[in-house]
Design a protein around this ligand. Structure first.
Ligand SMILES: Cc1cc2nc3c(=O)[nH]c(=O)nc-3n(C[C@H](O)[C@H](O)[C@H](O)COP(=O)(O)OP(=O)(O)OC[C@H]3O[C@@H](n4cnc5c(N)ncnc54)[C@H](O)[C@@H]3O)c2cc1C
Ligand code: SF4
Length: 473
């Protein structure tokens, strides 16, 4: 702890975003970086607590006090060395992690928490810009071959750890590029895709073989994969989107969030999309149904495309602004999140149920809604109850359904490998993260359901350890 009075003398300063009027007309990252000297001061706010709750709350168990001290002392290489022991990709989490660590920072009991996420990003960016991160292929190979299926953060982390242990890893990906939702979900204004390429080039340099454009279960069958590899890790995400099958769903102009966001990611990287398939919000009244983070990404994209008006509706009540009493520190509080996309222009409506899509000439033109109140039923479960005479209509020439994901896709790979499912409909695993099939492991959203990048990295790291044990036994 370089400066024992840091937390008393230095206020929290956030990196901040580029001005709305500037960022709204491009897809570059909205968040800025602080100058190095300010970053060191921010790191000096870490109190080096006896029990660092931030470390407890971080899914990959980053050791904040140690690398914060290194930042404060300007020892960036050492900071990265410590950080990379627990997190394979701090440049991803440094950009998109919701930072449960900060909600658990001891300083946040009566002050603003340490800017842990932004400090993490600064370490990762410094490490890349100074050339600390170089490909270090393993000195010895074990002769064992592992197939990792799916190249989202879980698959990438698993492949990285196994490769470092000397196993030969082949990463299969059905899409044309690596990254999962990092690449084709999260918009470029939150995560520039060159950040993924930069890391993937290091992984390739260290000997990981990547085979894109191959859907396992369709382009290669389960039998051939099992024959070729000593172990398999399935990290295919939870990609069955939740739909809204109400009257009018068949109208043109209603899209699933992922169709919209993936296409926009592709346009930003310069792909030509046939005119008839383009989903564009220009000059339209856009309604995003679903008040979560994916919905917020749709809001940001619609505003960049020049939407006339963007409304985000959510059936749940508005979360509290401040930490509620039943979620005391150091727990993660479910409070209102206002993202950079919301700041760019969006009306947010809560307690709203969507009843019917209305259309003109086969195209959506408005949505019939009703207000709800949340009441307990006879089993004590909270349920939405329509409020009488509260019906209203929202004009909408474009509707985006951002209602989350149900579970892993059950067709294709899961069916072909004959994998058992857990009660939530995701791939069932045991305490060694092995599926119902010997030698086949699974990790990430495919087992835990739609979650976060940092949890996917954690699971990818854990499953790699179990696979290594399996291969060594
Ligand atoms: C729009 C959006 C925004 C998000 N924003 C955030 C955020 O800001 N912060 C955050 O922490 N989390 C965010 N998330 C969640 C986060 O992206 C996911 O939790 C995380 O990517 C899950 O990682 P994963 O590796 O398990 O799966 P995925 O990222 O889903 O990757 C699975 C990969 O498997 C591939 N695949 C599937 N089937 C096959 C097959 N049969 N053969 C070969 N390959 C296959 C897929 O093409 C995909 O590349 C967001 C998610 C979405 C959709
Ligand atoms: S990965 Fe997320 S929870 Fe962990 S230190 Fe970084 S921002 Fe905090």
């Amino acid at each position: 702890m370089g400066n024992p009075r840091g937390f008393l003398e230095i206020p929290r300063i956030e990196s901040g975003y580029r001005p709305v009027e500037e960022r709204i007309s491009d897809y570059s990252e909205v968040e800025k970086l602080l100058p190095e000297e300010d970053r060191r001061l921010q790191a000096s706010r870490c109190m080096d607590c006896g029990v660092p709750f931030c470390h407890w709350a971080c899914p990959v168990s980053n050791i904040m006090p140690e690398w914060h001290d290194m930042i404060y002392r300007g020892r960036w290489k050492d900071a990265y060395a410590i950080l990379s022991e627990t997190n394979n990709f701090p440049e991803f989490t440094g950009r998109v992690c919701p930072a449960p660590c900060e909600a658990s920072c001891v300083l946040s009991i009566n002050d603003a928490p340490v800017t842990i996420r932004q400090n993490e990003l600064a370490v990762a960016e410094k490490a890349f810009s100074e050339g600390f991160i170089k490909a270090h292929p393993p000195k010895k190979r074990t002769g064992k071959k592992v197939a990792v299926i799916g190249s989202g953060p879980a698959g990438l982390a698993c492949a990285d750890v196994l490769n470092k242990k000397g196993h030969s890893v082949v990463l299969f990906e059905s899409a044309d590029s690596v990254g999962g939702y990092l690449r084709f979900g999260i918009p470029d204004f939150k995560l520039d895709k060159r950040i993924i390429d930069r890391r993937v080039n290091i992984l390739i340099g260290e000997g990981i073989e990547i085979r894109t454009g191959i859907e396992v279960g369709k382009d290669i069958d389960a039998v051939s994969i099992r024959k070729e590899f000593d172990a398999i890790c399935i990290a295919i995400g939870a990609r069955e989107a939740r739909d809204l099958n109400i009257e009018g769903r068949e109208l043109d102009g209603i899209y699933l969030a992922m169709s919209y966001l993936e296409q926009q990611n592709r346009i930003v990287r310069g792909e030509e999309i046939p005119q008839s398939c383009i989903i564009n919000a220009y000059n339209k009244n856009v309604v995003v149904i679903g008040g979560g983070d994916t919905g917020a990404d749709c809001v940001g994209s619609a505003n960049r495309q020049g939407a006339r008006r963007v409304t985000q509706v959510e059936i749940l009540p508005m979360p509290p602004i401040k930490r509620p009493e039943h979620e005391p520190w150091p727990l993660w509080p479910k409070v209102l999140k206002t993202s950079s996309s919301h700041e760019e222009g969006c009306e947010r409506l809560w307690n709203i149920k969507t009843k019917r899509f209305c259309g003109i000439d086969g195209k959506v033109s408005s949505i019939e809604c009703v207000r709800v109140s949340w009441q307990r039923d006879e089993r004590g479960m909270l349920i939405p109850v329509e409020i009488a005479n509260s019906d209203f209509e929202i004009k909408a020439e474009m509707v985006i359904l951002a209602l989350g994901f149900l579970h892993v896709k059950h067709t294709g790979l899961v069916e072909q490998f004959g994998l058992a499912l857990n009660p939530a409909g995701n791939i069932a695993i045991n305490e060694r993260m092995m599926t119902s099939e010997e030698g086949i492991f699974a990790a990430g959203d495919a087992t835990r359901g739609a979650s976060l990048v940092v949890w996917a990295i954690h699971e990818g790291r854990s499953v790699a350890t179990h696979i290594d044990d399996y291969l060594s036994s």
